[in-house]
Design a protein around this ligand. Structure first.
Ligand code: 13P
Length: 341
């Protein structure tokens, strides 16, 4: 198989129907904050134990095609010395590596950030490929306010995403391009749709301009949501309509799949919105892309609450993960039942 064919195969595998992707790629800093919120010390050993809990969950592979890992996690191992990446591969789960190096302020553009990490990326990708990674993730962040995002900020981040995607494909790694339009803010649903459409159109223009093979790409997107501080109620059906309309207006049909981040919604709300999206998709007779979940907080919040850092709670925490995965798998088919919560 040629490199292009392999990438296309892998991209399709990642969006196998009714399965999702577990985003366990919190940076050590974010993971430490999550530990501290549980009243636990921000220690490397606790972070390792928590990842081990997630990856050794029995039946994980029935609900996820891949797991997104941070650099520190792909280099880490389980108690018995098995590398986390090998543990996942043995289950038939694809290790996905987060390769961006987070955001920094966008000089001269107040209130906006740009994502860094292109320097040395080709070498890092080669190393991650050798460790078993077959997909990589890069997150760009857009903030909605009266004056943002600016055209310059969108262009810069989309050019960067396109460059990263090209380097990934060259290395035999499927790029999971993630332009996140933040949920925080006081914007309306219409404004979120306008901004997300603008960002996605620019992203695909840049991907095509850089000769990235769209059949070997996964889009990781935010759902189109009114801001967390917006005064009016929006229903899951409203979110579904705005989200699918946005994709129809911006995502080329060649793209095999779109996966969602949860973005700070409650786990229940993220599942409910995913379900409404799947229902609308079925009503409309299907869309060109496979749609799936790739939540971090939306999957892991209940796991962390059940775990509390205690070995005796590992079983309960793994049960909480499987339950959330099952509910999201149902939502992916439009058959989520809130009474199962
Ligand atoms: P959330 O689901 O918590 O928004 O995280 C998404 C993400 O991009 C992590 O890979």
């Amino acid at each position: 198989m040629s490199n292009t064919e392999q990438l296309r195969e892998m991209a399709k595998t990642l969006v196998t129907p009714h399965k999702g992707i577990l985003a366990a790629d919190q940076s050590p800093r974010t993971m430490n904050k999550q530990l501290e919120a549980l009243g636990l010390p921000p220690e490397a050993e606790l972070r390792r134990k928590y990842r081990q809990l997630l990856f050794t969950t029995e039946g994980l592979q029935e609900y996820v095609t891949g797991v997104i890992l941070h650099d520190g996690t792909i280099r880490n191992h389980a108690d018995d010395g098995t590398e986390f990446s090998d543990l996942l591969i043995a289950k038939g789960v694809v290790p996905i590596i987060k390769v961006d190096k987070s955001t920094v302020p966008h000089t001269n553009f107040e209130g906006e950030v740009v994502t860094q990490g292109l320097d040395g990326l080709a070498d890092r990708l080669q190393e991650y490929y050798d460790m078993g990674a077959r997909a990589a993730k890069w997150r760009a962040v857009f903030t909605i306010s009266e004056n943002t995002p600016t055209e310059q900020n969108i262009l810069f981040d989309c050019m960067t995403l396109a460059r990263y995607a090209a380097l990934c494909q060259e290395a035999g790694i499927v790029p999971m391009v993630e332009p996140e339009v933040l949920f925080s803010g006081s914007h309306s649903l219409e404004r979120a749709e306008e901004v997300t459409t603008m960002v996605l159109q620019k992203l695909f223009e840049q991907l095509q301009w850089n000769n990235v093979d769209l059949e070997g790409v996964i889009l990781k997107s935010s759902m189109v949501l009114a801001g967390s501080e917006w005064s009016e109620q929006t229903s899951a059906a409203d979110v579904a309509q705005a989200t699918l309309r946005t994709f129809m207006n911006s995502v080329p049909p060649e793209v095999p799949g779109i996966v969602f981040l949860s973005g700070g919604q409650t786990p229940q709300r993220a599942t409910e919105n995913l379900d409404a999206i799947a229902e609308l998709e079925a009503q409309e007779g299907g869309f060109p892309w496979e749609l799936a979940f790739s939540f971090s907080r939306g999957l892991e919040q209940p796991v962390q609450e059940a775990w509390q850092g205690k070995d005796e709670n590992i079983e309960a925490a793994q049960a909480a993960l499987i339950k959330r995965l099952q509910l999201n798998s149902m939502a992916d088919q439009g058959t989520y039942d809130p009474s199962m919560e």
